[in-house]
Ligand binder design. Structure first.
Ligand code: C2E
Ligand code: MG
Ligand code: MG
Length: 724
């Protein structure tokens, strides 16, 4: 394409005119040539390309109109714009010039700014047209070469030209589709339409150099095809869009296989399930199943051994799956071979087509489990893995292949919950649970936004003196319909869907704010303590220490009065990260307690390695300590261990005076439990603090061994709701 404002030819017999015009136009950046008569002009035009001719009408010999007539035999007004220069009042000439194909005119004496503006308009228009032709030619070429479908959208009339090939890509004959953008847009998959509109708009606003968008289009045969559309807008001089043109190409083939394993991908799989569904609707004896496989502990392997090994494991896993499916006689007996696909990440699926009996699906799953028992050798490592398998049995009741895949996924989830290397067959109860889980997630999100969470505070007491030393903050959910919900009804779900992280920050913030307020109102040495539970997910956040530091600073509490409760498993799942986090927390002066101690997978040598201040004996041991000698022994052992490691101990779940006395005799420093008080609302906790100042050492209520009965005491308000 030509650059710069353009090249002009001035045709005038008067030297003065030529010079004046040339100078002025050269100043504008044009390249200017001049001809003193018509013949010379034609001569020059033959040898050189001009963007525009400024042509004087009144010339001796060959006059301007005659030159124009000759020029128009060769060039259209678009190819070579001509502006006539006429004397004033020569309207006949002007009319004739337009009839002959002049683009515009100026009158003598020449008003230079007007002339310059008219020239610029004509040159600009010519440029735009040339660009359009150029891009059309380019696309036509590309379209022929690459088998693309061509489209050309006139944005002013909103008409769109679809080439024969374009229509054929969607299964239509030439002319079957209306030349309307809607023929395209209404065929876009509902999940993709927003993306298409956004990319179109982005390009038209000039924020992208071209429009390009991969999306699905509905084919005449009612399947979706993946296509890539690409195009450019052609704009006129003031940037107004004239048209947009480009190509469309079918990339379905490239989209059906997974680049890492070479296995078919989700799109391909869904297509196959769809076909199986169709068959099962016609043939009641046709059995098929979808197996949804998810590697157990893949993330751990990936994180510890690196992504390269992770990838190799996925490839190795795929190969082994293929091998085990080939070897499955249950499948090969039926004639059709299973389809193995990778959905992404560590998720794979097997479509078992045409089984002789639905139970074959379980046999195949068993076979896969046993195949995976052998370790993989990857880059010098011996890696053991297993998978959880969910099975959805084909039924004509499934309307969409996605539904069947979803159910297999739900079953996989349930298999995983049973432990590693398990299979589960989907049933409707699972579906209901999955729906309930989803609803809970939505509601919990809303709870976080609408401040529906509450903190209750359970007193922690020094056993020797019955003195109140602090509280454990326990979260509750004031559900607008279901009332006050206890953590067991939502914490596990929040762990699974990740909402535990924002929830945990809220708890930490609120607990510190509250204890700060109480510390200010009721100063004591040492200050009242607050224990806050941290979920393993939250504990593994790298920002944890920063966040804690920030909260402590903002609330102005003494860092040593904050005790974070974590579980043994949270530490053991990534001991290195845990060590780093705990060291940082320790350097901030924060205390760390191990919650539910004795129930997790503790490794005693690790305990020594971490800066831990407190062990909280799990309430199950305290509870059975009276009846079971073994539990008593465990409690004793924990106390001894703590003493050796210079940690202190809080016994959870103290319910009876006997338990309390026993623990005290054994040398346990602190206790927490219904014997003293249940968790209570903030204002009640504050009243308790105030009272305990007046009568220190009287902090226990009526005793009851029955957890579910509301235990009321004269002194301590208790909370309603189910208790463990
Ligand atoms: P936990 O941290 O072990 O908390 C102690 C639980 O034992 C509390 O149940 C408490 O009400 C209950 N409890 C206290 N004394 C007794 C007693 O004498 N007998 C019996 N049977 N139970 C007693 P809650 O409040 O239902 O909390 C249950 C669990 O939920 C907590 O166990 C903790 O793991 C989790 N949780 C509570 N709040 C939070 C939180 O803010 N964040 C996180 N991540 N988890 C929380
Ligand atoms: Mg706790
Ligand atoms: Mg506990």
């Amino acid at each position: 394409m030509t650059t710069g404002p353009g090249s002009l030819l001035i045709v005038d017999d008067e030297e003065l005119n030529r010079d004046m015009l040339s100078q002025r136009l050269e100043l504008q950046g044009y390249t200017v040539a001049a001809a003193e008569h018509g013949r010379r002009a034609l001569d020059l035009i033959e040898r050189q390309a001009f963007d525009l001719v400024l042509l004087d009408v009144m010339m001796p010999d060959l006059n301007g109109l005659e030159v124009l007539r000759l020029l128009r035999r060769q060039f259209t007004p678009v190819e070579l714009p001509v502006i006539m220069v006429t004397a004033r009042d020569q309207s006949e000439d002007i009319v004739e010039a337009f009839n002959l194909g002049a683009n515009d005119y100026v009158t003598k004496p020449i008003d230079l700014p007007v002339a310059v503006a008219r020239i610029a308009t004509q040159v600009g228009h010519k440029r735009a047209q040339a660009a359009l032709r150029e891009s059309e030619a380019r696309y036509a070429l590309a379209a022929r070469g690459a088998n693309h479908g061509l489209w050309d959208w006139d944005l002013r009339t909103d008409e769109i030209y679809y080439s024969t090939r374009w229509q054929a890509l969607l299964g239509y004959e030439d002319g079957e589709l209306d030349p309307r953008p809607d023929e395209w847009l209404r065929r876009v998959h509902p999940e993709d339409i927003e993306r298409v509109q956004t990319s179109l708009a982005a390009h038209r606003q000039g924020s992208t150099p071209h429009f390009e968008c991969e999306h699905r289009l509905l084919h005449k045969d009612q399947t979706y095809r993946w296509v890539v559309a690409r195009g450019v807008a052609v704009r006129d001089r003031d940037g107004t869009d004239l048209r947009m043109a480009g190509w469309l190409s079918d990339v379905t083939e490239g989209r059906v296989s997974d680049p890492l394993t070479g296995l078919p991908n989700r799109i391909f799989l869904l297509d196959r399930i769809e076909r199986a569904l169709e068959r099962s609707r016609r043939l009641p004896e046709f059995h098929f199943a979808v197996l949804f496989l998810d590697l157990d502990r893949f993330k751990v392997i990936n994180d510890s051994l690196g992504h390269l090994i992770g990838d190799q494991l996925l490839i190795g896993f795929a190969r082994r799956l293929e091998g085990s499916l080939r070897a499955c006689d249950t499948v090969s007996r039926t004639g059709s071979s299973p389809t193995l696909a990778r959905l992404g990440g560590d998720e794979f699926t097997v479509l078992l087509d045409g089984m002789s009996d639905p139970s074959d699906a379980l046999k195949v799953a068993e076979r896969i489990h046993s195949e995976l028992a052998r370790p993989f050798r990857l880059g010098g490592h011996e890696v053991y893995t297993s998978s959880s398998i969910g099975i959805a049995l084909g039924s004509p009741g499934y309307r969409r292949p996605e539904d069947m895949l979803r159910d297999a996924d739900t079953a996989m989830y349930s298999a995983k919950a049973q432990g590693k290397s398990r299979s589960a067959v989907f049933d409707t109860a699972m579906h209901e649970r999955a729906v309930a889980r989803l609803e809970l997630e939505t509601e919990l999100r809303r709870a976080l936004e609408h401040d529906e969470l509450r903190l209750h505070y359970q007193p922690i007491v020094e056993l020797e003196t019955d003195r109140l030393i602090g509280f454990e903050a326990l979260v509750r959910w004031q559900h607008p319909q279901r009332g006050l919900l206890m953590p067991e009804e939502f914490i596990t779900a929040a762990e699974e869907n990740g909402l535990i992280v924002p929830l945990g920050w809220w708890v930490l913030d609120e607990a510190c704010r509250q204890i700060g307020q109480w510390q200010a109102r009721y100063p004591d040495v040492p200050p009242l303590m607050i224990c806050v539970n941290l979920s393993p997910k939250q504990f593994s956040q790298t920002v944890l220490a920063d966040r804690v530091e920030q909260i402590v600073r903002q609330t102005g509490i003494d860092p040593s009065s904050l005790k974070l409760e974590i579980t043994e498993n949270a530490i053991m799942s990534d001991p290195d990260l845990a060590a780093a986090t705990l060291d940082r927390l320790r350097s901030l002066g924060i205390q760390i307690g191990i919650d539910d101690f004795g129930t997790g997978h503790s490794c005693l040598s690790y305990l020594r390695r971490f800066p831990i201040d407190t062990l909280k004996i799990d309430r199950s041991f305290v509870h059975r300590m009276d009846q079971d000698a073994k539990d008593l022994e465990i409690v004793q052992t924990i106390l001894m261990l703590a003493r050796n490691l210079s940690m202190d101990v809080i016994a959870e779940g103290v319910e009876t005076p006997h338990q309390r006395d026993r623990l005290q005799t054994l040398g346990c420093e602190h206790g927490q439990g219904y014997y003293f008080s249940r968790a209570m609302q903030g204002q009640d906790a504050e009243a308790l603090i105030a009272r305990s100042r007046r009568m220190p050492g009287h902090l226990h209520g009526t005793v009851s061994g029955d957890d579910s009965a509301a235990v009321h005491t004269a002194h301590f308000p208790v909370e309603a709701g189910p208790c463990r």
